[in-house]
Design a protein around this ligand. Sequence first.
Ligand SMILES: NC(=O)C1=CN([C@@H]2O[C@H](COP(=O)(O)OP(=O)(O)OC[C@H]3O[C@@H](n4cnc5c(N)ncnc54)[C@H](OP(=O)(O)O)[C@@H]3O)[C@@H](O)[C@H]2O)C=CC1
Ligand SMILES: O=C(O)C1=NCCCC1
Length: 357
Amino acid sequence: MSAKSPVYYNADAVRRVLNWPLVNEAVESALKAVVKPRDQKPPGSSFAIQPKRSFTACGDNSNKILFTMPAFVGNYSIASEESPGKVVSPRSTLACKLVTSFGGNPQRDPPLPSIHAHVLLFDNQTGQLSAIMAGTDLTTWRTVSASLVATKHLYFRRFGSLAETEREINVAIVGCGVQGQLHAAAFCEHFRVKQLNLYNRTEAKAQELAEQLQRELRGESATQIAVCRSAKEACQDADVICIATFSKEALIHIEDLKSKQGVHINAVGAGPGCHFSEVAPDLYRQAQVYVDCYANAEAELKGFPVPITAELGAIILDGNYPEKTAISVFQSMGMASEDACVAQAVQDAILSRGEAS
Ligand SMILES: NC(=O)C1=CN([C@@H]2O[C@H](COP(=O)(O)OP(=O)(O)OC[C@H]3O[C@@H](n4cnc5c(N)ncnc54)[C@H](OP(=O)(O)O)[C@@H]3O)[C@@H](O)[C@H]2O)C=CC1
Ligand SMILES: O=C(O)C1=NCCCC1
């Protein structure tokens, strides 16, 4: 009996195949799979077995954490990259992401990213480890993708089925780290962004991002980009807000929002030990809050100020969108099923293009 060694896909191999249609489709598949059958799912639908993730603190420092994120996603369908529109037969993926969050890394000399990840992919017939994949970019892309999907279903679809291609929006980015940077670029790429406001605690980073986006968008976009001195200034005319920081204190409050209605917030970041510290309780109390999955919410949103309205996947499946004037919050914790589906799609793309790892 011989065990095959796992294939290693490095960061370059992953980067070469990452693209938005691939990631968005895989993330939507994962969000729908985690919804339990009682909520609008016909028999034979996709499903996920996703135990709550574990946290291991590095010493007594709650700013240095290792997460283990296992998931089995069963019976889900995604289109093949080779022939878009042609759905490949249902598939199943067993994976586990190992990810560290060391919030002090950007202050090191030389600076390092806060988040480092790898995804392990298993053969779901034999249980053998089949691949190890660099997962840091994958984590950033799938998290931004979850915000894009949430914005489409929780904000645009309130205004009709074509709103995400027709409606102009003002977007605020609060926190211009790795997450904030890709959120800013991706929101401009996917939606008609009239005004993009950037706020970062260290203003130079917001300025740098503004200059980079201006170079990239020049001539191709009518988006106005501004660097703001406060989160309040960035958010006051925003229709959609993406917040991704490590702040333990609330950075946005109800009085900061545009006429306090018709606003969507993607709350992505986390203070150590608390996944909802960036947004003030007064804002949550006026909002409808959606999560990626109840399993993580039960474990990680202890003391959350309001009941959760629904999982995002249930809204994708049942179309029960918020009212036009609602404030909605997508409380994004990140989930292992997203990593499993995206890692599988990345591996499929690498193999179908015949690219080396
Ligand atoms: N929901 C999900 O699936 C995921 C969530 N995350 C979370 O997203 C957040 C951002 O991650 P990432 O972009 O990779 O990290 P980065 O280190 O690249 O960026 C962190 C950002 O947070 C800002 N920040 C840190 N502390 C504070 C504070 N006390 N007040 C205001 N701003 C602060 C930093 O500002 P400055 O430049 O001034 O230091 C910087 O803009 C983290 O909380 C992370 O855990 C990450 C991955 C997945
Ligand atoms: O889902 C993830 O991956 C992460 N979520 C919270 C912070 C670290 C990475």
